[in-house]
Design a protein around this ligand. Structure first.
Ligand SMILES: [Zn+2]
Length: 269
């Protein structure tokens, strides 16, 4: 499942190629054909992300709501677009570019009011200018649930996935099993600011890097990480490997339906 930085990057990439243009809109697969016919040749006027939800705005009134889920994929290319395969749910094609969406969990034409309802269901997103970390903290500070589970709950914080939750907890030395209500306002503020910074860098680089300059492979004289997620991290998918800080083994356990990774010695707060 992509994390929020990927969706924000997609919003930027759709905008860079199509904002202010009136692309051909089609659904070669057929599942979005009626909506595509309504949007075909109308102007793309906005793109937006909130957590793992992507919104494409047409003629200031209609929104395409996209959630990639586990299997959704977006692929951009230069014009002319090749003939689409029948797995393409939504294609935008313009004079210079095309983009294909395949396999999303959601691809629906919605109204402004329906879009607001999606926002209302989601917690604040560290990548959005309108995000209020206090809204998230009110939920966190009332909860007996572990902070590791709360960080993955999209109603609490939108856009954080398995990699960022593990890494931000490590960077702040916080035991992932601590209850939300034991997280102090100062700890939350620091974690939020750190998440926002890390995720912004994730949007820029289109990958997740979380190690501080002094812990890069070059700085430490260690080999770079080999993992299809790319990026340098402290604990994510590093079970049984030595911690970059203390040398102890990184541990793993299931938490909130995903594998959690942490260093018991470094994360003792
Ligand atoms: Zn450690």
């Amino acid at each position: 499942m992509p994390e929020g930085h990927t969706i924000h990057r997609l919003a930027q990439d759709y905008a860079a190629r199509f904002l202010g243009t009136a692309p051909r809109v089609t659904s070669p697969q057929g599942k979005f054909s009626d909506a595509a016919a309504l949007l075909d040749g109308t102007a793309l006027t906005a793109t937006e992300a909130h957590g793992k939800h992507l919104f494409l705005g047409f003629r200031d009134a209609d929104w395409v709501h996209i959630h990639l889920g586990l299997f959704g994929k977006v692929g951009f290319g230069d014009a002319p677009a090749p003939p689409p395969t029948d797995t393409v749910r939504l294609r935008l094609a313009g004079g210079t570019s095309y983009v294909d969406l395949r396999g999303p969990t959601t691809c629906a034409l919605i109204t402004d009011a329906e879009k607001r309802a999606v926002h209302d269901r989601l917690g604040p997103d560290p990548l959005r200018a309108d995000a209020d970390p206090g809204t998230a903290y009110r939920r966190v500070s009332r909860s007996r649930t572990t902070i590791a589970a709360l960080l993955m709950d999209q109603k609490v914080v939108a856009g954080v996935g398995n990699v960022y939750r593990a890494e931000v907890l490590f960077r702040h030395g916080i035991d992932p099993y601590r209850a939300g209500r034991d997280i102090t306002p100062a700890e939350w503020e620091a974690m939020w600011a750190d998440l926002a910074g890390l995720m912004r860098e994730g949007v820029r680089n289109n990958r997740i890097d979380t190690v501080r300059p002094e812990h890069t492979p070059e700085a430490m004289g260690r080999p770079p990480r080999v993992d299809d997620h790319g990026g340098e991290v402290y604990v994510y998918r590093r079970a049984n490997l030595p911690c970059h800080l203390c040398g102890d083994e990184i541990r793993t356990a299931g938490l909130a339906a995903r594998n959690l990774f942490w260093c018991p010695r470094c994360q003792n707060r």
